[in-house]
Write a protein that binds this ligand. Structure first.
Ligand code: AMP
Length: 113
């Protein structure tokens, strides 16, 4: 379930350093290396999934864990307003093909579209 060629699998394994802000049995959350907001954290499953397109109907617990991780990170940062987003596919801006949710907060965020 781990891809040695995958950047985020290597971060989860501790083989590449990162600024981890939360972790549990299913999820690791760490600061984005190129933050686009004062708080920019990525929550990733320990298990390798290329994107949200690889989730199945059996992944409800994992989704709860991913959103729960970011809820805790946002609360710890004192954020009441924030955005959670995930990109699926290069055409949507995905550049790392290991499922991750972006948490963005700490500045005004414009409406989508
Ligand atoms: P996406 O473009 O949605 O696939 O998001 C990938 C994110 O990973 C980008 O926001 C990058 O800045 C971030 N990123 C890439 N390499 C690292 C790294 N080594 N540590 C933390 N974040 C990274």
């Amino acid at each position: 379930m781990t891809d040695p060629a995958c950047l985020f699998c290597r971060i989860v394994a501790g083989a590449i350093p990162s600024d981890v802000v939360f972790e549990d049995e299913q999820v690791v959350a760490f600061r984005d290396i190129t933050p686009r907001a004062p708080t920019h954290v990525l929550a990733v499953p320990r298990r390798h999934l290329a994107s949200a397109a690889d989730l199945t109907d059996d992944d409800g617990d994992l989704l709860a864990a991913l959103f729960g991780a970011l809820r805790r990170v946002a609360a710890a940062a004192g954020l009441s307003d924030y955005r959670i987003v995930t990109n699926v596919g290069a055409g949507a801006g995905q550049s790392v093909f290991h499922l991750h949710l972006h948490l963005l907060g700490g500045r005004p965020l414009s409406r989508l579209g």
